[in-house]
Each structure stands twice: as C-alpha cells, then as structure tokens.
Write a protein that binds this ligand. Structure first.
Ligand SMILES: *[C@@H]1O[C@H](CO)[C@@H](O)[C@H](O)[C@H]1NC(C)=O
Ligand SMILES: *[C@@H]1O[C@H](CO)[C@@H](O)[C@H](O)[C@H]1NC(C)=O
Ligand SMILES: *[C@@H]1O[C@H](CO)[C@@H](O)[C@H](O)[C@H]1NC(C)=O
Length: 402
C-alpha cells in the first residue's frame, strides 16, 4: 500500500461491520489520552469489539470523551469507576489509569469477573504484578500488559531474525526511546511520584521490555545478571524521586536453545529513556531505535514502537551485503489467523490477539506477554530505580479482599 494511504488509514481507520454474535464490550477506566489510539480506534475496525462505556472522576469529562468518540455510556463521580466495572454489558476493562492505580483497579475489575487489558507498566511493583496475575488465573480471566509493539509483524520478524541463528548469538544491544521535549508539561502525571511517575516507568518500560524480549529465546524471561550503572536525571527538586531521563547499562543472561540461560555468557545491554528529549536539529523528534551486535554481524531496527508510521530492519552480516526488510503485515501463507493490513497499528494487532485469547482461539502469531514476563519487567524497573538511588515507586495502599 502506498505510504500516504497507510498513514491516512492509520489515523482514520475504517469501521468494520460488527458480528451478529459474540461481540466483546469494552469499558475504559479514565478518559486517558492514550485510550483513543490504544483502544477506541483499533476497536472500530475489529468486527468483534465495541467500546461500550468510559468512566472518569468527573462526569462531565467522561461525557465529553464519550460524545467525541461515539461511546454510548459515560460514568462519573466517586463511584464511576466501580459502576463501569459492575456494568453487566461489559466483558473487558481497559485500564489506562495512572500507574499507581493500576493494581487497585485491575484487582477490582478481575474480582468482578472482567478480562483486563492493562496499560504498561503493569503496576508500581513486581509484587503487585504477581498478585494481579494470580487473581486472573484464579478467576480464569485474560490479563494482558499492553506491550503493543510486540504484536506488530515487524517486531515479530525482527525476533525471528535474531532467533534464527543466522548471525549467531547476540553480544550486545542498545535501545533508545525518548518523547520529544515539550510533549509533556511539568505537571504531567508522568512527573508525579505519588502517581507512579518517572521516565523509566513511562518510555523506560518499553526499553527494558525490548531489551529483555529480543534477547530471550522463547522459553526465557530473563532478569538481569547485573546492573553495572544507572543514572537518573530528576526534573526538579520538588519531585526529586521522579526521573526525566534514565541511562542504564546492564548484563543480560545469554539464552541457550535448551531452557536455562547459559551462565558463562552474558549480553551487554544499554538503554536510554527520556520524557523530554531534545529535537534533532531543533525540529525532528527522534524515533525509537534498537541495535544489536551479534557474532556474525549486526541488526538495526528503526522505530520499533510505532512501526506502522515507518520502520526498517537492516541486517548486516559480516563480509556480506546488507539487506533491509519491512513488514507491515504478516503476508499470505504465514499461518496466522489474520494477515493484518498495512495501516493496522501495533494496538490493532494487539487487539486482534487479545480478542482471540479471550475467545480461546489461536491467533497463530505465537505472541503474548506472559505473567513471568510482566513480573520480570517490573522487577527490572525496580532494580534499575534502586541502582539510580531513586528507589521503587510506592506500593499501592489498596488491600484486596477476595
Ligand atoms: C507482596 O505482597 C504480599 C501480598 O500479596 C504482601 O504480603 C507482601 O508483604 C508484599 N511484599 C513486598 C516486598 O512488598
Ligand atoms: C536462540 O536459540 C537458537 C538455537 O535454537 C540459537 O541458534 C540462537 O542463537 C539463540 N538466540 C539468541 C538470541 O541467542
Ligand atoms: C533527556 O533530554 C534532556 C533535554 O530535555 C537532556 O538534557 C538529557 O541529557 C536527555 N537524557 C538523556 C539520557 O539523553
């Protein structure tokens, strides 16, 4: 598809006719800015999803959001979130609340028998993450930490290239994700410690996740063997426990083909995350990158977070000509349930797999974010914060009684 059309449909996805039966109804907790790209737009083109309701602390805000996005029901006021969760029409709760509220409201949603699509990072702590998954398992419900980038064909292709052994084992990897300077105001929730703010929680959770994901073979969800350095830049003295950017250097266990990691080998990894990154030449935002050095060459992935906009994977085998690959869809004959469309966003691909999981179908993509993976990601974020001296975000005071 021509790139202009791809970008057009990415921004304005067409609506699919809805199935006569078996449509999943979603409720959104909070009128969050991420909700339209992450769920409202993707749901339009999925024949089995409808966004049924939104809740906000302020009913007026919920109503305005509902009106703007064609959502039939709005809940507000002090009991609004609970009313949304208790709405019998709703099958799935999408939780994009501030990080510090992820645990409480995910537990409440699961408790009410709802599947949960949970924004990343999963919670403020690994401990809370484990507790959420334990409840989901007990209730036989689907809980997914929304690491949407994983579900896009380009990132599945990148993982396949690395896992193929074509260039041998990974020796080192570095990744960068920075939101452009000026995107977030000083009073943004990202800079509020009491709400679980910080760059490592925000853009950083992707960098941690990507380093772990791409260096693990399918059966491993590695935790770091060591963190050699981590520096955080706090934005201001009044929220000194919040980082505006963090740089870390880590050693990861090198995966082996048969189960446990090889303790003798380790992968050197570095990450840079920033919620206020300078613009290139003062104009251009810098797209997220991840670069690998392997025994037999190197691999570069440009824009792994929003590959639908534009991306490339360049493979440079030692002593051979480089090649560049792109994958906007899975393509025919790849054994997936749905090939996808060029304009499908990472969130749309994620929704496809999420709905399949809820319905007990195999998406054929082989992609999911498992419990151990989400717990390990949170444990890493906490460990890196520990190393920076800022420490973990505050554990929730919510006590769940089941
Ligand atoms: C982890 O959570 C459990 C309850 O699930 C609690 O008893 C325990 O104290 C928590 N541990 C930490 C380190 O926060
Ligand atoms: C994953 O395991 C395969 C063997 O099954 C190996 O060839 C490959 O190098 C491993 N991937 C990484 C990233 O080390
Ligand atoms: C993040 O961006 C700020 C400018 O807004 C810059 O001063 C800082 O060095 C950047 N951090 C990293 C780790 O690149």
């Amino acid at each position: 598809m021509n790139p202009i059309l791809r970008l057009y449909f990415y921004a304005y996805p067409p609506s699919a006719p809805k199935a006569d039966v078996g449509v999943l109804r979603f409720g959104i907790l909070g009128a969050a800015a991420i909700a339209p790209p992450a769920l409202v737009l993707p749901a339009l083109s999925h024949p089995e999803t409808i966004v049924h309701a939104v809740a906000a602390r302020d009913l007026g805000r919920a109503k305005a959001f509902a009106k703007k996005h064609g959502i039939p029901v709005a809940y507000g006021g002090p009991s609004g979130y609970q009313e949304l969760i208790d709405d019998p029409e709703i099958d799935v709760i999408y939780n994009p609340l501030p990080n510090s509220l992820h645990y409480e409201w995910t537990m409440k949603a699961l408790s009410a028998g709802k599947h949960v699509l949970l924004e990343k990072p999963a919670a403020n702590t690994a401990n809370e993450t484990r507790a959420m998954f334990a409840l989901a398992k007990k209730k036989n419900l689907v809980l997914l930490e929304a690491f949407h980038y994983r579900f896009h064909p380009s990132n599945i292709r990148l993982k396949a290239i690395l896992d193929s052994g074509e260039l041998g084992a990974i020796k080192s990897v570095e990744t960068f994700l920075g939101a452009p300077k000026g995107m977030f105001a000083k009073d943004d929730i990202r800079y509020d410690y009491s709400l679980g703010g910080g760059a490592l929680m925000d853009t950083g959770c992707y960098t941690v996740n990507a380093l772990r994901h791409f260096t693990s073979n399918s059966t491993t969800h590695p935790t770091p063997t060591s963190i050699s350095s981590a520096q955080a830049v706090p934005p201001a003295s009044d929220n000194a426990k919040v980082d505006q950017s963090t740089t870390a250097h880590i050693f990861l266990p090198a995966p082996s083909s048969s189960g446990p990691s090889n303790p003798d080998a380790s992968i050197s990894a570095s990450l840079i995350c920033n919620t206020s990154h300078p613009l290139k030449y003062g104009i251009f935002p810098m797209f997220p990158t991840i670069n690998f050095e392997l025994e037999g060459g190197s691999v570069e992935m440009y824009n792994f977070v929003q590959p639908t906009m534009y991306h490339y994977i360049t493979v440079r085998p030692k002593g051979e000509e480089a090649r560049t690959e792109k994958a906007y869809t899975f393509g025919k004959g790849k054994g997936v349930k749905s090939e996808g469309e060029d304009w499908w966003s990472t969130y749309r691909y994620q929704l496809e797999v999420f709905v399949d999981r809820v319905k007990g179908r195999d998406s054929g993509t082989g992609t999911w974010v498992e419990e151990e993976d989400s717990v390990a990601n949170m444990a890493w974020i906490e460990a890196i914060y520990e190393k920076t001296g800022l420490g973990s975000r505050l554990a929730s005071k919510y006590v769940h009684h089941e």
